[in-house]
Design a protein around this ligand. Structure first.
Ligand code: GBH
Length: 495
């Protein structure tokens, strides 16, 4: 018995040692594991007003004077992928990716947002892109919505107005009908927490509305119902013929308890529920996390509201919502520490309503973006938490990436990818998490929202000073290409 215990301890020590020493996981990625790269329409396409495209909320905010964007940058031309998609596909082919994750610009397909008028030229662009991908053996993974809402829909209230649910479903129906023969992987939304909390709560993303703990909750309620209705539309009307798969992508950072105290461990769990659970819990289990329901109901009553600021689903809606996913997509970049507090902030807002404190220590390794602390071990913890919390779903890492100020010798990016992928591989090997794929953000440098072109995430450099927007492979592109060939993070892998 004693020797068995010693034996077990020996292994625990050896495995932990591997983590501490920064040794990379040496197990080959399984053959059916899919590697890809990701982009988003507004960040790469340009051609903002060409061939009948309508205005969207990002066109609108980037054209404001004064502009909220660093250097007054816009996505008017961006990487010019609208004209250069064949070059993009050639890069993808050279990298050797299994799939390409890109998003569709709603206002390129439906210029006013409504489906009374379809812009054939816009549709043709995506048909061409998908055809080019297929011709090169690359699977398209299409995000229906990556933040670029048609401006006319914002003008009638945007996501907090429930009218939008059916408008979104109308848009989705056009895409399934027109592209569904060739597209087999769909994501309804990219990071709805950013759309709602940053867009309608904290005025950090278009349409820059400040209504924390109110409009962001209404927005989310409608996004969730639009998501469910779209999943059901696909499931009931398209899946049989098209045989595809449809999920959603949520953004999260890993929230680590700042101490071993029960209070801090609970605080970190609460934070996960307020961030990921806000969306995942309704989709997996049919309703908002109970900690959100109880905190927000109590605080709303104290504030004098007759009803909770967190909207409620009807019993019918709960049943309808529950289980509306084939896989869960997740974008992970960073992590924070969390602690409990005895003095919750009384202001309205998502973070305040959680009644816990989160922060990123100054001495953590940082990428060029100040929010992007490099915390590779958060990857394994996150996907393992998702496995345990959501009944072992299929998980896809739909974004993960590293920013710098721009260099072709991007060793920092390579080191980041190595360590995060190693942590992911650990989760697959030791915790048996069902991870089906991974997309690096991003294929190429692009319009980084408020940061404009000042923060670079690409495997390929793009020359934004040249009208041709020349693309050049960085060192990380060659590294990723090698990874995709060997499916192995070290010199020699074991199968
Ligand atoms: C992703 O969001 C997006 O899907 C993608 O479009 C984007 O290009 C990529 O990240 C890189 O940023 O400045 O302190 O207010 C990742 C989640 C949430 C990370 C908002 C940055 C801003 C923090 N993002 N966050 S702060």
């Amino acid at each position: 018995m004693r020797s068995v215990i010693h034996f077990v301890f020996f292994f625990i020590i050896v495995f932990n040692e591997a983590q501490v020493n920064g040794t990379l996981n040496n197990k080959r990625f399984p053959d059916d594991f899919k590697f890809g790269v990701a982009t988003a329409s507004y960040q790469v396409e340009g051609a903002w007003n060409e061939d009948g495209k309508g205005e969207n909320v990002w066109d609108q905010v980037t054209h404001r004077v004064p502009s909220p964007i660093v250097n007054n940058d816009t996505g008017d031309v961006a990487c010019d992928s609208y004209h250069k998609y064949k070059e993009d596909v050639a890069m993808l082919k050279d990298l050797g990716v299994d799939f390409y994750r890109f998003s569709i610009s709603w206002s390129r397909i439906l210029p006013t947002g409504f489906d009374n008028k379809i812009n054939e030229a816009g549709l043709q662009y995506y048909k061409n892109l998908v055809k080019e991908l297929r011709a090169n053996g690359i699977e398209p993974l299409v995000t229906l919505y990556h933040w670029d809402l048609p401006q006319p829909l914002q003008d009638i209230g945007g996501w907090p107005n429930e009218i939008i649910i059916d408008k979104y479903v109308d848009y989705a129906r056009v895409l399934f009908r027109e592209l569904g023969d060739e597209v087999k992987y769909w994501l309804t939304f990219n990071e709805p927490k950013q759309t709602c909390n940053a867009g309608y709560g904290l005025a950090q993303k278009a349409p820059f509305i400040t209504s924390p703990g109110m409009a962001d909750y209404l927005c989310t309620h409608n996004v969730l119902r639009a998501h469910a209705k779209t999943w059901r539309l696909y499931d009931e009307q398209f899946r049989k013929d098209q045989k595809g798969t449809i999920g959603i992508t949520l953004d999260i950072q890993w929230y680590e308890p700042s101490s071993n105290s029960t209070a801090d461990i609970e605080a970190a769990e609460t934070k996960m529920q307020f961030a990921l659970g806000w969306y995942a819990n309704p989709i997996v289990y049919g309703d908002y996390p109970s900690i959100m329901q109880s905190n927000i109901a109590r605080r709303s009553a104290q504030e004098g509201f007759k009803e909770s600021r967190l909207p409620q689903f009807t019993e019918e809606e709960k049943k309808y919502m529950k289980g509306t996913y084939d896989f869960l997509g997740v974008n992970l970049y960073t992590a924070s520490l969390v602690r409990a507090t005895d003095e919750p902030n009384p202001s309205m807002g998502l973070d305040e309503d959680s009644e816990v404190l989160a922060w990123q220590p100054d001495d953590w390794e940082t990428a060029f973006s100040s929010w992007l602390k490099v915390v590779p071990w958060g990857m394994r913890k996150l996907v393992t938490w998702m496995k345990n919390t959501y009944d072992n779903p299929k998980i896809m890492i739909t974004e993960n990436g590293y920013s710098d100020s721009g260099t072709l010798e991007d060793d920092g990016r390579i080191s980041y990818y190595e360590r995060y992928l190693s942590s992911l591989r650990d989760a697959m090997e030791f915790d048996e998490v069902d991870v089906i794929g991974y997309a690096a953000w991003s294929l190429m440098d692009n319009f980084e929202w408020l940061a404009g072109y000042s923060e670079k995430f690409g495997l390929y450099h793009v020359d934004f000073n040249s009208p041709n927007r020349e693309r050049t492979a960085k060192k990380s592109a060659l590294w990723y290409k090698n990874l995709l060939e060997t499916r192995c993070l070290v010199e020699e892998c074991v199968d």
